[in-house]
Design a binder for this molecule. Structure first.
Ligand code: ADP
Length: 222
């Protein structure tokens, strides 16, 4: 019974979060939560503070006021910060092979597990290649695979599909949905693509200039 109650608690609870850059307030008094197994989409115009918010949630950036509470079990077995997939592939390591990228985030990963993930993104046969030997789409799939290899229950995504061709986008949407369901992952996805939000999101929040989050559509059963 106790376990059941714990499972239903939010994984991340944000209360009255405020962030300023050199005196300019970017986020002011934000409050929302991330529930288990939901894909929370955060939308809003460019420059509104979406990436800032994600960086704060990943513990890559400090904030000025408010409180962020993480479920304690979130950090069992993973290195902080939480895994983030950024737009583009700049965060890949030029000197590391595909396999090394996975073992960097999951040092004890077994070969069978690595193989399962890499086969899902069609990179298993390229596992000994470095980023310079991969196409743009392959590098993007590697960024995905690396985040999926983390044992984290939460993955943060900052416009990970921007600039990809339609076919690759569709295949990554499907991959993300199936892995999310299989592993019961919770995802915060920043995007400005309404269709992407509809396909992937179970809840959509819009960051407004008034510095409040508006819930755009109710949690859907997906
Ligand atoms: P979004 O992701 O919604 O496009 P960002 O979070 O990247 O927005 O940026 C929000 C605002 O904060 C923008 O006006 C941006 O210029 C500013 N900003 C972002 N990073 C910094 C920084 N390191 N120092 C100062 N201002 C910043």
């Amino acid at each position: 019974m106790r376990e059941e109650i714990e499972v239903r608690q939010p994984l991340i609870k944000i209360e009255n979060l405020t962030k300023r850059y050199q005196g300019t307030t970017i986020l002011s008094g934000l409050s929302f939560h991330l529930a288990p197994e939901e894909v929370l989409v955060i939308m809003g115009p460019s420059g509104i503070g979406k990436s800032t918010l994600l960086n704060i949630l990943a513990k890559l950036m400090p904030y000025d006021e408010g409180h962020i509470e993480y479920a304690p079990h979130l950090f069992h077995g993973i290195a902080v910060p939480l895994p983030v997939i950024f737009q583009g592939t700049e965060t890949l390591m030029p000197w590391m092979t595909v396999m090394q990228h996975l073992s960097l985030v999951a040092p004890n990963i077994e070969e069978a597990q690595a193989r399962m993930i890499l086969e899902r993104v069609a990179l298993w046969e390229h596992r000994f290649k470095k980023p310079s030997e991969l196409s743009g789409g392959m590098k993007q799939r590697l960024a995905f695979a690396r985040a999926l290899a983390c044992q984290s229950k939460v993955i943060l995504m900052d416009e990970p599909f921007t600039g990809l061709d339609e076919a690759l986008k569709e295949s990554l949407y499907m991959l993300l949905k199936s892995v999310q369901r299989e592993r019961g992952l919770s995802i915060i996805l920043v995007t400005h693509d309404t269709r992407e939000a509809e396909i992937l999101g179970t809840r959509v929040l819009e960051l407004k200039a008034a510095e409040t989050l508006i819930e755009k559509m109710p949690a859907a059963e997906r």
